[in-house]
Design a protein around this ligand. Structure first.
Ligand code: FAD
Ligand code: MLT
Ligand code: ZN
Length: 508
């Protein structure tokens, strides 16, 4: 029987500073009608949305740009520009730098930490009009694309060439490759394809003074000193605007399969993961954790129904396992013998499972996992904590948070409705979601710094894959020591001495 390790507690001797007023916007100017007149010399009128005259766009048309996906963060920008070329981006940025106007680069606006919307009235620079594939080499697998290409459209583009983007996430229909790079998005198959720090080969970036940094190399190997592109991967638009991406696409698997497994208790997840890795080895491509409460929310909100309700009575959680390989018969044989051994074990780790028997069922099983974010948002307002903690602490984190909220008398219909957990097991990444009736200062005060202190006690990370944005600037200290933050600030000042690039984001 698997035994849980006791959490090693870290006693926090120095009280951490706790304030949440975004820094970095002082000294910046608002966009004026004169600025608009200048932008009209760079862009056609169809690329300018502004409530200022002479554009006088109704403010309702700017709402999708000013409000984030969760409807949690709200900006007041008067102006959205949609350049079509790197040269246009460069000219806009050069002007904003001279005029000290803050710029928020915006991709698909699916970010979950408020990084893609303004804090006040910064100018929004949308990459939506830069959406062309520049080149693809089906021998090397290297794809070069504009930053504004939507992830799904790149997947569709590569399909006839028998390649895939080495990244997949539930927001693929809206998020852009430039946004993915800028958040260093992880997603559902990081376990197989690794992080964007490995698969991105080159970037084209417009720096805060308007200079175009052309690092759009399509070389697999390039050991010529500092690897500058790495700085922009995960910089969340604070160092420059990514306009082009060179990425190593992966060969499309010849065969993919998946199975949803129901587990009687959370303690079985870790031994199950070990066993699945041992038996499936090179064909394993995803291993995702879903707790019972969030599974039920997905079913309730129509994201799909994977297993028969009678079969999953008493199941405490679920995992979605995917295989991708080069030989269907071989892969299926491996998966079937895994399932057989799991079901016939003396002390079975699983209650039951559903193996996809058609492409439609394969998609339906993924729809449940990919639909969790939406299900949670349909249920209420989600406080999302995207954390790295040891796998055997996933459930403990969810339970402790729930108990903490109960002790504050906040666990009821009119405050916090559910505390749920799901995530990427192979990456040690738990998505702790607190689903509330509304975003309120009282709930936030109960959750923060409580959750961050809890993460620190496990020596975890306060952001595994969503980034810092505006949500966690004040909590950066939990995952970065003062020396690291000092050097991050020096790098920011070096690239962006006027502080125009996504002000108030990432750095405290
Ligand atoms: P935006 O939201 O527009 O921007 C995100 C940040 O990047 C902002 O700080 C913005 O300023 C900056 N930015 C955007 N484009 C550029 C650019 N061209 N140059 C410089 N800076 C730029 N994240 C994961 O890691 N894994 C997941 O599995 C995952 N699943 C998701 C599922 C759903 C349903 C949703 C809504 C979100 C999910 N996310 C996930 C979060 C989100 O980070 C990703 O969707 C995505 O990487 C953001 O891309 P975007 O184009 O929408 O960027
Ligand atoms: C996911 O894994 O589903 C995403 O990171 C989005 C989320 O945390 O809801
Ligand atoms: Zn995730």
């Amino acid at each position: 029987m698997f035994s849980r390790q006791l959490a090693r507690r870290v006693v926090l001797r120095v009280p951490r500073r706790w304030s949440h007023s975004p820094a970095g916007l002082a000294g910046l100017n608002s966009v004026t009608e004169e600025d608009l007149a200048h932008f009209a010399k760079i862009l056609p009128s169809s690329s300018i949305l502004s409530t200022l005259s002479p554009s006088a766009t109704p403010s309702s048309e700017l709402e999708p740009f000013n409000n984030d996906w969760m409807d949690k963060y709200h900006g007041k920008s008067t102006t959205v520009l949609k350049p079509r070329t790197t040269q246009e981006v460069s000219e806009i940025v050069r002007w904003c730098n001279q005029r000290k106007i803050g710029i928020v680069p915006q991709g698909g606006n699916t970010g979950l930490v408020g990084g893609g919307v303004p804090i006040k009235d910064e100018l929004i620079l949308s990459l939506a009009n830069m959406a062309k594939v520049r080149s693809f080499d089906d021998v090397s697998g290297i794809l070069v694309a504009d930053a504004g290409c939507i992830l799904q459209s790149l997947t569709d583009y590569l399909a006839p060439h028998h390649h895939i983007v080495p990244l997949d996430l539930g927001a693929k229909g809206s998020c852009q490759i430039g946004g993915n790079v800028s958040t260093n998005a992880g997603g559902l198959r990081l376990l197989r394809y690794g992080s964007l720090h490995g698969s991105v080969l080159g970037l084209e970036v417009v720096l805060p003074d308007g200079t175009v940094l052309d690092q759009l190399t399509s070389l697999r190997k390039d050991n010529t000193g500092y690897d500058l592109k790495q700085l922009f991967i995960g910089a969340e638009g604070t160092l420059g605007i990514v306009t082009g991406v060179s990425i190593l696409a992966a060969p499309a698997p010849q065969a993919s399969n998946n199975v949803m497994l129901a587990l009687p208790k959370f303690e079985n997840v870790q031994p199950l993961y070990k066993e699945v890795k041992r038996q499936l080895s090179e064909v394993l491509s995803a291993f995702e954790f879903i707790d019972r409460t969030v599974y039920d929310l997905a079913v309730k909100h129509g994201q799909g129904r994977a297993l028969n309700p009678q079969d999953i009575e008493g199941a405490e959680c679920f995992v979605l396992v995917e295989t991708s390989g080069g030989n269907r018969e071989h892969d299926e044989q491996k998966l079937n013998s895994l399932l057989e051994s799991l079901m016939l074990a003396e002390e079975p780790l699983i209650n039951t499972g559903v193996l996809a028997s058609s492409p439609a069922q394969f998609s339906a099983l993924w729809a449940i996992r990919e639909g969790l974010t939406e299900a949670v948002s349909k249920e209420g307002k989600a406080y999302k904590y995207d954390i790295s903690v040891p796998l055997n602490k996933f459930q403990e984190v969810v339970d402790k948070t729930r108990e903490h909220l109960r002790s504050k008398d906040l666990l009821h219909e009119n405050a916090v409705k559910y505390v749920v957990g799901y995530g990427h097991v192979g990456d040690g990444n738990l998505h702790l979601n607190v689903v509330a009736a509304a975003y309120t200062p009282e709930i936030e005060a109960a959750l923060e710094p409580f959750v961050y202190e809890l993460v620190a006690s496990y020596k975890g990370s306060i952001s595994a894959e969503h980034g810092i944005g505006v949500m966690k600037t004040h909590a950066l200290q939990y995952s970065k020591n003062p020396t690291s933050i000092e050097w991050m600030k020096k790098i920011k000042a070096l690239f962006d001495p006027n502080g125009i690039m996504n002000p108030g984001k990432v750095l405290p």
